[in-house]
Design a protein around this ligand. Structure first.
Ligand code: ATP
Ligand code: MG
Length: 297
C-alpha cells in the first residue's frame, strides 16, 4: 500500500451542541465536548485506522492539549511529526451546532499559522509515496510557504499529490486564481459543492468538475447527502456514487475528511473510481454517525 504523507492542520474541536434555539447575547444550555480535529490530522487518523501507512506533518503548541493531540495521533497509528511552537497555543476550533444541526465554526489556528518549510522532514518526501495537502495550509497566510514548499518537495520527489479545498468562505477570501495556481501540480483535487462553486462560479457539481479538470487531471466533488462524483479530463461523463444511507446524523464534522481517507487508498491502489467513491462515502457515513471528526477508538 502506498505510504501517504499528510501536511496540514491539527486542532482541538470544542463542540457545543445547543439544546434549544440560540439565545443570542444570553445563555443556551448545551452539550459541550472536546475532540481531536483539524482537517489534515483528521484525514491522517482515518487513513491510519483504515490500515494505511501514514505520516502527519503539523505544528502544535507547547501545551497540554498539544501533548494530548500528539498522543492521540500516535494512538491511531499515525507517524506524527509535530513541531512544537514555543509561543503559540495548539489550534482550537469552536464548533457551534444549533438545535437544528446547523454547524458554525470559529477557528483559531494557533500554532498551525506558523508551520514553516523547515518543519517539513525531508525524509518523508520520497518517490513512490503520496502527498495529501490540506488546503488550510495554503489558505492561512502564515503557513502558506510551508504548503508551497511541501508541494515543491513532493513534485521534485516525483510523488503523486492530492489537495483538499479546506473551506468555502476562507477560500473565497484567498481567491480562486491564486489557489488554482499554487495547486496546479496536484493530480487530484477534493472539493465540496460550495468550494467548487468558489473556484469555478458553477453551481452544478458536474459542470464545476469539468471546469476544474482544466487544472487537475482528476477532480472529486463531495455533495453531502447526494454522495460524490469523480471526473477526469478527456472523459465524456463523470462517475457518480450515491451517499451511504445514515440512520441518524449525529455530527457531520469531518465527514469530508473521512471521505478523503476512504477514497485515497482505493485510488492509490488503482481501483476504479466508482469503487474509490464508494469507499469514501462509506467512511464518511461512519464519521457522521458518531460525535467528533475523528474515528472512534
Ligand atoms: N446527509 C448525509 N447523508 C449521507 N452521507 C452524507 C451526508 N452528508 C455528507 N455525507 C457524506 O459525506 C461526504 C462528505 O460530505 P460533504 O459533501 O459535506 O463534504 P465536506 O463539506 O468536505 O465535509 P464537511 O461537511 O464534513 O466539511 C459526502 O460525499 C457523503 O458521502
Ligand atoms: Mg459539507
Amino acid at each position: 500500500m502506498t505510504r501517504v504523507v499528510v501536511v496540514g492542520d491539527l486542532m482541538t474541536d470544542a463542540v457545543a451542541r445547543a439544546r434549544y434555539a440560540l439565545a443570542r447575547a444570553s445563555d443556551t444550555p448545551a452539550i459541550v465536548t472536546m475532540h481531536g480535529g483539524g482537517s489534515g490530522a483528521n484525514v491522517a487518523s482515518w487513513l491510519a485506522v483504515e490500515g494505511a501507512e501514514v505520516a502527519f506533518i503539523g505544528r502544535r503548541g507547547a501545551d497540554i492539549t498539544g501533548r494530548n493531540r500528539d498522543m492521540e495521533l500516535m494512538g491511531y497509528g499515525v507517524d506524527a511529526r509535530l513541531v512544537m511552537d514555543p509561543e503559540r497555543p495548539t489550534g482550537t476550533c469552536v464548533v457551534l451546532v444549533t438545535h437544528k444541526g446547523e454547524r458554525t465554526m470559529l477557528s483559531d489556528p494557533g500554532a498551525n499559522a506558523a508551520l514553516s518549510p523547515e518543519d517539513l522532514p525531508r525524509d518523508l518526501f520520497a518517490p513512490g509515496t503520496h502527498l495529501h495537502l490540506s488546503g488550510y495550509t495554503l489558505i492561512n497566510e502564515g503557513s502558506r510557504d510551508a504548503g508551497l514548499a511541501a508541494l515543491d518537495m513532493a513534485r521534485r520527489a516525483n510523488m503523486s499529490i492530492s489537495v483538499d479545498c479546506a473551506s468555502s468562505a476562507p477560500l473565497e477570501r484567498t481567491g480562486a486564481e491564486p489557489f488554482l495556481e499554487w495547486t496546479s501540480d496536484a493530480r487530484l483535487l477534493f472539493a465540496n459543492t460550495d468550494q467548487a462553486k468558489v473556484l469555478t462560479g458553477r453551481d452544478d457539481a458536474e459542470a464545476a468538475a469539468k471546469v476544474l479538470t482544466a487544472w487537475f487531471p482528476q477532480v472529486v466533488i463531495k455533495m453531502a447527502g447526494e454522495g460524490a462524483l469523480w471526473y477526469s479530463n478527456g472523459r465524456p461523463d463523470s462517475v457518480h456514487v450515491a451517499a451511504e444511507p445514515v440512520d441518524k446524523i449525529v455530527d457531520g464534522t469531518g465527514a469530508g475528511d473521512a471521505f478523503s481517507a476512504g477514497f485515497l487508498p482505493a485510488w492509490l491502489a488503482g481501483k476504479p473510481p466508482a469503487e474509490a467513491l464508494s469507499s469514501g462515502c462509506r467512511l464518511a457515513a461512519k464519521a457522521i454517525m458518531h460525535l467528533g471528526a475523528r474515528p472512534p477508538f
